[in-house]
Ligand binder design. Structure first.
Ligand code: RIB
Ligand code: CA
Length: 315
């Protein structure tokens, strides 16, 4: 019997975060220790309610800790949410699941992260961040020794040269660029970045949705609806499938071979540019003097990804 990989999932539950939660909670080789919520796709209260709705629907009792309701430095997104009006189609304010009956924990996400990792026996737990990096940045600022206590950090975010919220920036990094730069500069020893380049290389399709629904479990049925919603959102761009960004990070924990074209590069985040704020600047010059601070994957395999999800939903 393989030892389960323990993880904490920090998310801004939207539709792809929801699939990540389901896969992390259900796969036999994973132990979802806790979920922390952060302002992002939708306002914090919605993120937390959506997270609780997902866990209740699949019948999993996992502690949920509420995190930051705004970026670390700025009082809103670089373009306020009220003006931004992007992503609304992809992430409904409330997921179409029964209202949650479970409640979040009393402690905040930042207090939980600092206290959890202060115990040596917990320092084998992977931290997976699939929303803006505000909670991780705040925890590192309050307790810098956390950088040595988090054994592995997997981040969904960034991109090599293009963006989805602006021409240059990916949403998670863009929402809180100062937090993201602090996280990349903190010295965490094992950081893997799963950027848009990889997530868009493994889109899931209606055929995958049919497969998940036919499994017949609440996990498969919920995921079918969540991904169909995403596919509809991408259809306007002429796509026939949809990236399910956050869940790809969970697949990577069990099947690292799902990602390929992997490089070790120095990565930093633009925090000032008028048109480039939130861009992940990946220094791939072979003569770069700075040491790499992250592993970046640029490709992914949709078949391995879909098989992993089906395996999780059938559990
Ligand atoms: O850019 C994609 C990322 O932004 C995903 O994590 C999605 O859930 C949103 O948070
Ligand atoms: Ca997310």
């Amino acid at each position: 019997m393989t030892t389960k990989t323990k993880l904490i999932l920090d998310c801004d539950t939207g539709t792809d975060d929801a699939v990540a939660i389901i896969a992390a909670a259900k796969h036999r080789d994973l132990e979802l220790v806790a979920v922390t919520t952060v302002n992002g796709n939708v306002p914090l209260a919605n993120v937390t309610e959506n997270t609780l709705r997902v866990l209740d629907f699949i019948g999993e009792s996992v502690p949920v800790y509420v995190g930051a309701n705004r970026p670390i430095v700025r009082d809103d997104f670089p373009v306020p949410r009220s003006i931004l009006n992007s992503g609304a189609a992809m992430h409904p304010e409330y997921l179409d699941l029964p209202v949650a009956t479970s409640k979040p924990q009393d402690r905040s996400a930042v207090e939980f992260l600092i206290e959890y990792y202060s115990h040596e026996e917990n320092q084998d737990t992977v931290l997976v961040a699939v929303g803006p990096l505000t909670n991780v940045g705040l925890a590192l600022a309050a307790s810098p020794e956390l950088a040595q206590r988090i054994p592995r950090l997997v981040i969904m975010g960034g991109s090599r040269g293009w963006g989805n919220v602006t021409a240059a920036a990916e949403f998670n990094i863009w929402v809180d660029p100062e937090a993201a730069e602090a996280v990349f500069s903190a010295g965490i020893r094992d950081v893997t970045l799963v950027p848009l380049d990889a997530t868009h290389d493994a889109p899931l399709t209606i055929e995958h949705c049919d497969r998940f629904r036919q499994i017949g479990t609440p996990a498969g049925i919920a995921t079918d609806a969540l991904i169909r919603h995403r596919i509809e959102g991408y259809r306007v761009q002429g796509e026939t499938g949809a990236p399910v960004h956050d869940a790809l990070c969970i697949a990577y924990l069990v099947h690292p071979e799902v990602l390929s074209d992997v490089h070790e590069w120095p990565i930093h985040v633009e925090t000032r540019g008028e048109r480039t704020i939130g861009q992940t600047v990946m220094d791939h010059r072979h003569w770069a003097s700075e040491k790499p601070n992250a592993r970046v994957a640029l490709r992914a395999d949709a078949q391995i990804f879909a098989d992993f999800l089906a395996d999780a939903f059938g559990a």
